[in-house]
Design a protein around this ligand. Structure first.
Ligand code: FAD
Ligand code: NAP
Ligand code: SF4
Length: 680
């Protein structure tokens, strides 16, 4: 095996913290999983983190753990408050240190402040957050003192539980960060008013934490480096706080780039790789302690570049470690092509967490399911035909073949990937190409017999020497029953995205699901404009280098568009785009709105003719005089092979879109396919 640590000399150089050393610069950043709150959750968490430790990461920061009830986002959430909590956490630390004695693990202490979803929340002032239905109580001086003790107690217990350190989150709109900004801190005592007063509470908390754990324990402070809020901090204020943290003996500063209530995307797939790291770099020039940067660092070459350019000392990769726990080992061994790259979709991680579900990963359904999804050798090796090399067929084939089955994968087109080949053409979804690269490699490595350009027939499958047939043939676009739907101005989303049929200047898009929105982004995209840090900053009004308040105050936006006039239509009466992903839907809605797309709900489609699309909206008739109508009206399962194979007596099953097309996405397709292939 070749070792490629010299390809990434910065990523694989150790970091000396004085009292201890990190073996490399790859950090698994903090991410809540929801496992903490499930039955036997800490056993599951232990295996989840141990798997990442075995994968070579230098340090892990756990998901946020509350120091007390007030800070718990839901009252039932995980805490570190007493000896019972210590016993739970010991399961995690023991498993990680057993898996990799040289991997450090720190517990994140997170007090949610005014973001909690219960009526016991506290904050510097009684000001409700736009993302919580509850008004927090303004903290008294006694509350402040009690909280300082609670943070210190939590850190002390973390040390007792076997952690190597703690990270305290002072960003994102959680308690500590709300003391820093005037709009959330309107106190007139020693904790409000001047910046010096506003940073007093975070500093007192961190001083108490350091005192509680002693000198030989890693203490990380997560700093709000740019809040993405008009009322955020200036560069000077941020630097003042960072220097003060350095002075009181914090080991590492980790930079964070948003508040949860901000309206600038920082994690979604349309955010360029390493978009925010220069902000860390600018602060780092003025500090002597190591700094962590983060957000959209998903491959080793990205991390290496960030470190090489001097923008950070450590790269945090939270979601990428969900997607591939072996990312670091694969990088060290020159197996980058085998990395299952995080595509920043948020669909199975952040969307789940913010919907109160257990996290997992769209491209890696094993994430957080390590104890229940286990690859075993099958009792009987089978010859399996899989039809369709979309996400479902690829996941099924590679999993079954890895377990030892003999798998033949038929694909009618000239490439693997199914609809992912269409998805990757949407501006901002270029990362989907990485999943195709990953599966291409897995198909080869697991020995799947891939037959491209092979539209397999039922006769072939019945006559073939297969023990089982698995149909992963996907979906066909639905053609709605509208008078004139075969008019020449009507095209399907496949005609538009795949076959690049001409699209006019005035367009109506029928159907406002994920694909309707994607089609709008595609046809409103100004040709030639690439997604870069600069174009992203212009679009969302961020000034990375000037660093005005919050990074955005007073910054003009520039929205490049194709200049088309576009209507995005749905029959439902709900607001358009409501069904999109919990944590990314708002970015898509803002993006198409900013490009002038007119979104219309409560639409009834009457007919399509030379005049355009005839509709009624709440019963009022109108004609949209469009030159092109694009159908994005959902899909139906494509399973024409099923009944004849079933009738023949051969074992046949359906997965992915071929099974259920309604509300299908790649998350469900890959998850279902992987689970089925683990059972066969
Ligand atoms: P498909 O991907 O449709 O694959 C089916 C495969 O079967 C195809 O390759 C087809 O050629 C092959 N096939 C069919 N019949 C035969 C035959 N007889 N012989 C051989 N081969 C055959 N999902 C998300 O989760 N997130 C997103 O952001 C997202 N964005 C999308 C954007 C667009 C523009 C589109 C079109 C889809 C998007 N999706 C997204 C949906 C996602 O791609 C699908 O849910 C997923 O691809 C379904 O997987 P599948 O394997 O069931 O079917
Ligand atoms: P979809 O989300 O089911 O949306 C289909 C749209 O068509 C709906 O808005 C529906 O709205 C409309 N529609 C359905 N039947 C119709 C009919 N007979 N006549 C007219 N309109 C009709 O499906 P999709 O947009 O095709 O997306 C397919 C899947 O891909 C989705 O499930 C989605 O999860 C996934 N995807 C995800 C993303 C993402 O970013 N996460 C992006 C793209 C695709 P009305 O009934 O209100 O008219
Ligand atoms: Fe990354 Fe999507 Fe997996 Fe989350 S679900 S870790 S964003 S690939």
């Amino acid at each position: 095996m070749s070792y490629a640590t010299d390809t990434y000399p910065h990523l694989f150089s150790p970091l000396d913290l004085g009292h201890t050393q990190l073996k490399n610069r790859a950090l698994m950043g903090s991410m809540h999983t929801g496992l903490e709150e499930t039955e036997n959750g800490f056993e599951k968490l232990a295996e989840y983190y141990a798997t990442r430790a075995r994968g070579g990461v230098g340090m892990i920061i756990t998901g946020g753990i509350s120091p007390n009830d007030e800070g718990n986002p839901l009252l039932s959430g995980a805490k570190m408050q007493n000896q019972k909590d210590v016993l739970n956490h010991q399961l995690v630390t023991a498993a990680v240190h057993k898996a990799a004695p040289d991997c450090k693990i720190c517990m994140q202490i997170l007090h949610s402040g005014r973001y909690v979803h219960h009526d016991g929340g506290v904050a510097p002032s009684a000001i409700q957050a736009p993302i919580s239905p509850f008004v927090p109580k303004a903290m008294t001086i006694a509350d402040i003192q009690q909280h300082i003790e609670d943070f210190a107690n939590s850190a002390r217990l973390a040390k007792e539980a076997g952690y190597d350190g703690v990270e305290v989150i002072g960003s994102a709109g959680y308690l500590l960060s709300t003391f820093l900004l005037e709009f959330t801190n309107q106190r007139d005592d020693q904790y409000g008013g001047s910046y010096e007063n506003r940073m007093r509470f975070p500093l007192e908390v961190m001083t108490a934490v350091r005192e509680a754990v002693g000198k030989d324990f890693i203490v990380v402070y997560r700093l709000a480096a740019m809040e993405m809020l008009d009322q955020g901090s200036t560069f000077d204020e941020t630097l003042t706080l960072a220097k003060a943290m350095q002075k009181i003996g914090i080991d590492i500063i980790s930079t964070h780039f948003t508040w949860h209530e901000a309206r600038v995307p920082t994690l979604a797939t349309m955010v360029p790789r390493a978009a925010f790291t220069k902000v860390t770099g600018r602060l780092r020039k003025h500090l002597d302690i190591p700094m962590i940067t983060s957000n959209r660092i998903n491959m080793p070459e990205v991390a290496e570049q960030v470190l090489r350019e001097g923008d950070a000392d450590i790269c945090s990769m939270a979601r990428p470690m969900l997607a591939d726990p072996e990312l670091v080992n694969k990088s060290a061994q020159g197996r980058e092509d085998e990395i299952n790259t995080c595509i920043a979709c948020n669909q199975a991680c952040m969307d789940h967490v913010f919907n109160g579900q257990q996290a997992s990963c769209l491209v890696n359904p094993y994430a957080c399911n390590e104890t229940i999804m286990v690859k075993t050798s099958p009792a009987h090796k089978k010859r399996i035909a899989v039809v369709g090399a979309g996400p479902a067929g690829m996941a099924y084939s590679t999993t079954a073949a890895e377990r030892g089955h003999e798998v033949t994968l038929f694909e009618s087109s000239d490439k693997i990937g199914g609809q992912f080949n269409i998805a990757k053409r949407i501006p901002g979804k270029e990362e989907f190409e990485e999943t195709l690269r990953y599966f291409a490699n897995q198909i080869e490595l697991t020995g799947v017999n891939l037959k491209l350009n092979h539209r397999v027939t039922d006769k072939e499958l019945i006559a073939g020497d297969f023990d089982e047939v698995v149909l992963a043939t996907g979906v066909s676009p639905r053609v709605p029953n509208i008078e004139g739907v075969s008019h020449p101005k009507v095209i399907s989303y496949l005609d538009c995205l795949l076959d690049k049929k001409p699209v006019g200047q005035k367009v109506a898009v029928i159907g406002a699901g994920g694909i309707g929105f994607d089609v709008c982004e595609y046809i409103m995209h100004q040709p030639g404009v690439e997604l870069t840090r600069e174009t992203f900053a212009q679009e969302w009004g961020i000034d990375f280098s000037g660093h005005p308040r919050g990074g955005i105050a007073g910054v003009e936006t520039h929205i490049p568009t194709s200049g088309r006039e576009v209507y995005l239509l749905q029959r439902k009466t709900t607001s358009v785009g409501r069904g999109l992903g919990k944590t990314t839907g708002w970015t898509h809605r803002i993006q198409v709105k900013k490009r002038g797309v007119k979104m219309m709900a409560s639409v009834e489609y009457k007919k399509i003719n030379d005049e355009g699309l005839h509709i009624t909206v709440n019963g009022v008739a109108q004609i949209l005089d469009v030159d092109t109508v694009i159908l994005c009206a959902g899909q139906d399962p494509l399973r024409e092979l099923y009944s004849s194979i079933e009738t023949s007596g051969k074992k046949v099953s359906l997965i992915g879109g071929a099974d259920v097309a309604s509300e299908l996405d790649a998350k469900r397709a890959i998850d279902q396919a992987t689970r089925c292939a683990l059972e066969v």
